[in-house]
Write a protein that binds this ligand. Sequence first.
Ligand SMILES: O=C(O)[C@H]1O[C@H](OP(=O)(O)OP(=O)(O)OC[C@H]2O[C@@H](n3ccc(=O)[nH]c3=O)[C@H](O)[C@@H]2O)[C@H](O)[C@@H](O)[C@@H]1O
Length: 429
Amino acid sequence: MSHLDDLPSTPGKYKTDKVLHHHRYLRLSKLTLWASLFLALFLFYLLLSPPPSPSRRNLNDSSASSAAKYGGSHWEKQVRKSSRPRTPHNGLTVLVTGASGFVGTHVSIALRRRGDGVLGLDNFNRYYDPKLKRARQGLLERSGVFVVEGDINDVILLKKLFDVVLFTHVMHLAAQAGVRYAMQNPGSYVNSNIAGFVSLLEVAKSANPQPSIVWASSSSVYGLNSKVPFSEKDRTDQPASLYAATKKAGEGIAHTYNHIYGLSLTGLRFFTVYGPWGRPDMAYFFFTKDILKGKTITVFESPDKGSVARDFTYIDDIVKGCLGALDTAGKSTGSGGKKKGPAMFRIYNLGNTSPVPVTKLVTILEKLLKMKAKKKVMPLPRNGDVEFTHANITLAQAELGYKPSVDLEAGLKKFVKWYMGFYKKKSSW
Ligand SMILES: O=C(O)[C@H]1O[C@H](OP(=O)(O)OP(=O)(O)OC[C@H]2O[C@@H](n3ccc(=O)[nH]c3=O)[C@H](O)[C@@H]2O)[C@H](O)[C@@H](O)[C@@H]1O
């Protein structure tokens, strides 16, 4: 039925206007009725829903799911217990942010295993499947690590944690990771890697005593550099992605807090970390998934038709580097926000120092999975990826005792074994 059917059969001007006016009136009153109904429902909803927690300082839509869940004497007991080193007065008391993330889980367990006190903090955002993060949380709980559910932008929560526990160290791993996703959700990088980092440093600088902080920077800060291997002394002023730019900004921010407040700060430039319990957004992880499903994978090549390459670094080597950085971190020199002298400021590459072409990564996976990959080769898109990475690790070797020992084939073997076991058990996912 067209709107013309509404008109009377013998339309005279006056009559038509009158009828139209009547119809408009009817539509208007219907509209008013619906609007009032919606308004009433909305007011009813507002009345019933609890007031938002004043402690939420969360602009990140990806973490919006994580309502802060903390407070109360039982919660404080859990926080204290988890943070306590096995032997009192001997061992670190570490706050690990991003504890249910890939590196966070491994580092927390390693610290706990050797007797340090570890408290986890994680917002369980939905950047990738939160069920994997929950499974890692289960692993952490079984190792005696309690994970507080909250965001690093939640200053009130951070202050509360520092009130309850005198942390000697912070291992800051909470971040928005991933190079390519920065084009889809730039705000999440600013929110986590810049605003969140500043929130943490603000609280840490005012803590008394101030903790020493070790945090995750990234190999991506080397951006478009062509001189290899990448050394800490090289320029880092031509990032290729917003992700890289926020990590580079983090290094500048860290320097400021070291300079003004005497916070001891160590930045670790991780090089494409992989392994069991890894991140599903990374190529080695989703290549495995897609090869097993018989789905085509896209393999990027450089403009000269060469393979892009990465200095893939196995998680256990990274964990050793993180522990080395925590153990050698000097004390912060300020207290309650006042600097008393210069404090340590360090940056290290944590790579494997043997880059492998992505085509080789695929060949290894095919061998381990006993399946041929369906490959589509594509030129490297302009989405932030760089052509190659290669770490010079001399400094970390000398000062942290860092010595990577797992090659890509051995590391992927462990990853594939974990993957098969984990997803077989979770076949209903
Ligand atoms: O080293 C780092 O600092 C960074 O390492 C990884 O970033 P990336 O090396 O790009 O790791 P993947 O996303 O797993 O990519 C690995 C390689 O596979 C290639 N790739 C990726 C995706 C794809 O579909 N096809 C493909 O060939 C990429 O170009 C890259 O050369 C992490 O995702 C970052 O969070 C981290 O900071």
